[in-house]
Ligand binder design. Sequence first.
Ligand SMILES: Nc1ncnc2c1ncn2[C@@H]1O[C@H](COP(=O)(O)OP(=O)(O)O)[C@@H](O)[C@H]1O
Ligand SMILES: [Mg+2]
Length: 401
Amino acid sequence: MTTDYFEDLLKKPSIFIDEKALDINFIPEEMPHREKELTILSQLFLTLITNPNSISRKILITGRTGIGKTATVKVFGNMLIEASNKRDVQINYVHINCRKERTSYKVLIRIIHSLDKAFPKRGYSAQDLLEVLTEYLNIHDLHILIVLDELSYLIQNGGDLIYSLTRINDDMMKAQQRISIIGIVRDISCINSLDVSTMSTLQRNILKFEKYTKTQIFDIMKYRARLSLKENTISDEILEMVAESVFKVGDIRYGLNLLWKASKFAESRNLKYLNSECIRFGNQDLVSFSTQDAIKYLSIQKLIFLLSIIKILKKTEKSKISISEILNLYNILCENLGLKPRSYSQLWNYLNEFEKENIIVIIVKSEAIKGRKAFIEIQDIPLAKFERIINQTLKTKGIRL
Ligand SMILES: Nc1ncnc2c1ncn2[C@@H]1O[C@H](COP(=O)(O)OP(=O)(O)O)[C@@H](O)[C@H]1O
Ligand SMILES: [Mg+2]
């Protein structure tokens, strides 16, 4: 009898509705927690629609990596095109990644190709291309919004282009304004190497994207999970765990990769939903060197306590546990080894030390009746692997469990 591999695979429960929605290049329809930025952008560019070609907007967006600058601007671009189409205003949008197109020539070719796919790639100088562009816009009565993303990479080789693009028509009174620009940079200081007039033009409108808070990250991950995963495959508790890790890294891309890896892991285990072990797996398949070092130098007492935490987390399958849940097992392990269990306050010191070494996370929650309660979570290392490492380390210290 032959086995039908396809049928077998197809029978497996899938966690995904749409894997693509976790791709870092996927542009979602909404950008939770970037509504304010979208509103500001709309206000700034409104004139482009109400009074076509009367002004040229130039703005600079700044903010660290992975906080939605590129995606927000692309979502805004779609909104702008839609609104202009409805009103018979001709606005084009082109998004250029200057990390990819690092010279004035390449940037200009990309802009022109966005308008005219048939335009020949060779045979023109950058200066020619600039003229071709202005002429095209005039003939077709167009306005174009050019987004220069990762602008800092162009500043090194294409400062002159940035100058030209921000200056076109400036010297012509009453000329139609046909080019607007959004520059995106991580760090505002990179524009310091531009000439003074370009710099002052760009500095007039700066929109700074602030990093997300942990709750905002939670909402964003929940939204992206809703687009990509089936209903009831990920709980809020697990999403909180995801948000916690993403917050530490500060880059939403990390979260998207983490969700994808964790979901793949769940599928490979035939799970119907993601549990905390999936997240630990997604967080890291390798234990970092700093963690390995930290473990190597822990005393036997501390290793036993850490091992108790791991074992309880594994057994209960909870994402976080309280210190009282660990004590029972910890006492048993100590007794078996003939060790005197440490006091509660000493164990607290251990926990603080573990947290400093990034081995665990301590989460303090307020509870209505009992006051504040601390929970322990392990995020970065799959528990099974972690347990193995601790057992090996104990073995090197002459302890066998
Ligand atoms: N508010 C948000 N809602 C949904 N997805 C987001 C949000 N912010 C960021 N992302 C996603 O996170 C990833 C990184 O965002 P990106 O715009 O590339 O960041 P940046 O340009 O600031 O480095 C993208 O895949 C983006 O879709
Ligand atoms: Mg970007």
